[in-house]
Design a binder for this molecule. Structure first.
Ligand code: NHW
Ligand code: EN5
Length: 388
């Protein structure tokens, strides 16, 4: 059934529940001299290219490939439209490798027709911190689908990751592959219900009018928690301590240091927003919340072309109840003109989803590890990792 994935060091469906195999790497690292030195062969009309995302021209080509060919919902009503600024941020974390930003071009026209990326990360699985690649933005042009290009791209990114002496990876997908470490549900909180209904993102509930629906989702004009403010550079050490302590409770979570927190969580206009609670009395940083900006193109609507969506990222509550903190996050997202606030049922998110009027979406997100076996599948609430 999975001609490619059956050949890869990933949990196989047939081994599910076999407790005789220990948790950890599926295959041992090989000596670097045994890593293939040349790129894998592509079908002859195509060639590899390394994408320099600092180059405005290359970044625009990647942006356009993804804008026109990346992930859609199951009814092809919406397609992710990651901004150029977002892509540059997502692909330039501390210690990134340009060689892991891989494109495929048509030899004749030089047109970019496929893309895949890796970024380095330290991910803790129970008490072991593992150096991994996070793989994302796998995309093959619509006209080149089902030609088995994706397996070649996955093997090539794997080879380039191995060249850096890294042997594990983490990735997410909307499709089921061998074998998820957990399966998460998307939840959606309407901020602009009229537009969401007009574009077919949501439907008017039974026995609901538009004006009752708009009233249902109304939010105050400003956050309620005293000391709630935007995160600043000077907050990096305190936020790192708060976040590290919080993430230590999950089975799988990133091992963030101050450099990572500065990159991933310091506010970046139209890319990532972060807020915290500074105690008005003690000036202690007690709570934190963040979301990233990922618009979707609306396919075939006369009135609207983009859906502005905020995605819940990392949230930490130590004093302010998470419910109240996330209500403030919804308020600032609404003030910033987002149409919808999305969240997965990871970490402790269950505790606020229903209460804050999120509803389950029609999409799921499966999380995977490459060359690392966990004893059992996790519950979404045991997962402390959010990929972009
Ligand atoms: S998930 C988003 C993936 N992108 C999209 O959905 C965009 C729209 N779709 C496409 O562009 C986030 C194409 O449909 C793609 C497949 C390119 C998806 N992950 O070329 P063929 C990520 O980026 C398998 C993994 O003919 P295609 C995460 C499929 O099961 N595998 O298909 C990426 C089949 O294998 P099988 C996927 O439709 C993680 C084979 O590809 C997949 O023209 C990558 C068919 O290939 C997916 N999302 O192109 C893995 N979708 O065994 C990283 C399909 O079943 C692993 N397939 O026969 C770790 C690597 C690093 C390790 C380091 C130690
Ligand atoms: C990871 N880096 O299906 C990328 N989104 O629910 C790869 N549905 O937006 C992973 N179909 O339910 C990609 N509205 C996996 C996700 C792919 C995109 C996707 C889903 C997630 C989605 C929307 C629109 C559905 C349109 C028709 C949805 C209902 C919202 C409603 C609001 C009010 C309360 C009830 C729910």
């Amino acid at each position: 059934r999975h001609k490619f994935w059956e050949t890869q060091p990933v949990g196989q469906f047939k081994d599910a529940g076999d407790t005789s195999v220990p948790e950890g790497p599926i295959e041992p690292p090989a000596p670097l001299s045994e890593v293939k030195q040349e790129p894998y062969n592509l079908p002859s009309p195509y060639e590899w290219t390394t994408c320099d995302m600092d180059s405005e021209g290359t970044c625009t080509e990647v942006y356009n490939l993804l804008k026109n060919n990346y992930v859609e919902d199951d009814e092809s009503m919406f397609r992710f439209n990651y901004s150029k600024e977002f892509l540059r941020w997502a692909l330039h974390p501390p210690g990134y490798y340009k060689s892991w930003h891989i494109g495929v071009r048509a030899k004749a026209s030089k047109k970019l027709v496929a893309f895949i990326t890796g970024i380095p990360a330290r991910i803790r699985v129970r008490d072991v911190v593992v150096r991994m690649a996070e793989i994302n933005f796998l995309c093959v042009h619509k006209k080149l689908r089902s030609k088995r290009l994706a397996p070649v791209m996955i093997k090539e990114v794997t080879r380039r990751v191995h060249l850096e002496n890294i042997w594990q990876a983490a990735y997410t997908a909307g499709v089921v592959l061998p074998t998820p470490i957990t399966t998460c549900q998307y939840w959606h909180r309407s901020l602009n219900p009229k537009k969401l209904i007009d574009v077919g993102f949501s439907r008017l509930g039974a026995r609901m009018t538009m004006s009752r629906t708009m009233k249902l989702y109304k939010l105050p004009d400003s956050p309620a928690t005293p000391g709630f403010r935007k995160m600043e550079l000077r907050d990096v050490p305190a936020v790192t301590r708060l976040l590290r302590d919080y993430l230590s409770q999950f089975v799988v979570a990133p091992d963030f240091d101050e450099n990572d927190v500065e990159h991933w969580l310091l506010p970046h206009e139209n890319v990532v927003d972060s807020y915290l609670v500074e105690s008005p009395k003690t000036h202690e940083i007690t709570d934190f919340c963040s979301f990233y900006t990922l618009p979707s193109s609306i396919l075939g609507n006369q009135t609207y072309s983009t859906l502005k969506a905020a995605y819940s990222y990392y949230n930490v509550s130590s004093k302010t109840p998470l419910l109240q903190l996330m209500n403030d996050a919804l308020i600032v997202a609404k003030q910033k003109d987002f149409d919808v606030f999305n969240a997965l049922d990871v970490m402790q998110n269950e505790c606020f989803l229903k209460e804050l009027k999120f509803g389950p979406g029609d999409g799921q997100l499966h999380y995977y590890l490459y060359n690392y076996r966990t004893r059992h599948a996790l519950k979404p609430s045991e997962l402390g990792l959010v990929l972009l």
